[in-house]
Design a protein around this ligand. Structure first.
Ligand code: ADP
Ligand code: ADP
Length: 228
């Protein structure tokens, strides 16, 4: 599903977070939002998600105006930097929660729930970890559970806010390759926030370089010359 942002402006009480954003993201594309802390990446992502509503401008999904719709109605999946897993629930139950939260499986038959969660855990290569608790997993494994939970709702759009930010360099590099492979298989339109140039260049189809609430440059890793 394509995303079109036109003339998006967003102000917090004492800060302009988005100062006129025009951006079209193609269906199936993996786009990185790259830029220093405070440039507006998270606010832009939350605006796409329907967690923030812009002061001006329109958000369209596949040509349909969703500016006034909340997150639930936009059919998006999120993964955030800090693991938002429930520590008292198993991996299985964490992923099942992703299904239940939208009411799709309000009273699921156990067999159906097991099949669906099993598929998602297969996708993130954690099937044998279903009965474990988050504390028994590595940081990278926990983020893969978070991803499985986000994908549980079969989102049209996947939004990732520094999902590997808390992990060490080697794990980050592994997960980057892994996410790239996953995206090549499922082709869900994805927007990825990072302040790490290498991560953006390696992972994304295109990179939007942000500064002070604007997009300064946009292009593929071959066409951008911001690399030092
Ligand atoms: P980034 O994700 O690139 O670090 P943010 O979108 O979080 O940038 O922030 C953009 C600007 O808006 C910054 O100046 C930040 O301090 C400000 N800001 C972000 N969230 C809030 C908030 N909840 N209240 C007030 N100002 C905020
Ligand atoms: P991120 O790491 O995604 O940029 P932060 O850790 O900066 O997020 O912010 C965490 C939360 O605090 C977010 O919900 C954000 O909206 C809010 N926030 C960020 N900057 C400010 C600010 N200057 N004033 C108030 N809230 C803020």
């Amino acid at each position: 599903m394509s995303i079109e942002l036109s003339a998006i402006e967003y102000r917090y009480r004492d800060a302009t977070a988005l100062a006129g954003i025009d951006l079209t993201i193609e269906s199936g594309e993996l786009l990185a939002l790259l830029g220093p802390s405070g440039c507006g990446k998270t606010t832009l992502l939350r605006t796409i998600a329907g967690l923030e509503f812009p002061d001006r401008g329109r958000v369209r999904f596949e040509g349909r105006d969703v500016t006034a719709l909340g997150a639930r109605k936009r059919h998006v999946g999120f993964v955030f930097q800090h693991y938002a897993l429930f520590n008292h629930l198993t991996v299985f139950e964490n992923v099942a929660f992703g299904l239940r939260v939208r009411g799709w499986f309000r009273r699921p038959r156990r067999a159906e729930l097991e099949r669906k969660v099993g598929e998602l855990l297969e996708l993130v290569q954690l099937r044998e970890f279903a009965r474990r608790y988050p504390a028994q997993l590595s940081g990278g494994q926990r983020q893969r559970v978070a991803l499985a939970r986000a994908l549980a709702v079969e989102p049209h759009i996947l939004l990732l806010d520094e999902p590997f930010g808390a992990l060490d360099a080697r794990v980050r590099a592994d997960l980057r390759r892994w996410l790239r492979d996953l995206h090549d298989r499922i082709h869900v339109t994805s927007v990825f926030v990072t302040h790490d140039q290498e991560e953006a260049f390696e992972l994304a189809d295109r990179i939007a370089v942000m500064n002070k609430g604007r997009i300064e440059q946009i292009g593929s890793s071959e066409t951008l010359y911001t690399r030092p």
